[in-house]
Design a protein around this ligand. Structure first.
Ligand code: TYD
Length: 213
């Protein structure tokens, strides 16, 4: 089973992923938690380039770095794990390119969809959770988290972008999700525990029955 988690900054993907991983592992499943960008060895180098906010990268160049990361991630990490019978949970996947590079940066959506097809080589998630919330709220959460970690706000690549950019990304996600049956849109303005419980309710019927009663 392959699940991806999407959402704007501060939507709570990290918490949702970790809770889901723990719950599934507790059910005896072997679970791989991975992320984009940065899920493979090559990807970790690309991630360092991409998230360095001091470097100015042309939108088209940025796009190819995310795609390179994804192509390697699919072939080196995700597909082998699925072949071993493991559950893969990915923090972001191809949909991030559609909304950040498309709705956010303004690149052509049809071109992006075609390039994504090449990168993912037919491998699409069984389900994609979109953690949706207003960007004002997400950015405030991201700011609080960065402050707690002693990071500057500009250290996240897109955290320094305008509110307008994040509004476009959010709308892009909602419009894209409405066209893809694999999406489950969750109201992420609720407490993280409630969001996780909804994820659990959605996934429960898809898992093998819990052993030992
Ligand atoms: P990260 O620090 O992991 O952010 P988050 O915690 O919000 O996931 O950085 C990933 C950033 O990269 C995030 O701002 C979204 C962006 N991104 C794209 O623009 N396109 C993509 O295809 C992917 C995978 C991520």
């Amino acid at each position: 089973m392959f699940l991806s988690f999407e959402g704007i900054e501060g939507a709570g993907k990290g918490t949702a992923l970790e809770r889901t991983r723990r719950w599934m592992a507790g059910r005896g499943l072997r679970v791989v938690l991975t992320l984009e960008p940065g899920g493979s060895a090559l990807g970790r180098e690309l991630r360092a380039c991409l998230l360095n906010a001091d470097r100015r990268i042309a939108p088209e160049a940025e796009l190819f770095l995310y795609l390179a990361d994804r192509a390697q991630h699919v072939r080196e990490v995700i597909r082998p794990a699925l072949d071993r019978g493991e559950v893969v949970l990915s923090d972001r996947y191809a949909d991030s390119t559609i909304v950040y590079q498309g709705s956010g940066r303004g690149l052509n959506l049809k071109v992006l969809a075609g390039l994504n097809r090449l990168a993912v080589d037919g491998l699409w998630p069984d389900l994609t959770f979109l953690l949706d919330l207003p960007p004002e709220m997400g950015l405030e959460r991201a700011r609080a988290r960065n402050k707690a970690l002693g990071l500057e706000i500009r250290e996240g690549r897109f955290e320094a972008e305008s509110l307008d950019f994040h509004r476009r990304v959010r709308q892009g996600y909602l419009a894209w999700a409405a066209r893809q049956p694999r999406f489950r849109v969750l109201d992420a303005s609720r407490p993280p525990e409630e969001v996780f419980q909804e994820i659990r309710r959605i996934l429960e019927p898809l898992l093998p029955p819990a052993s030992g009663g």
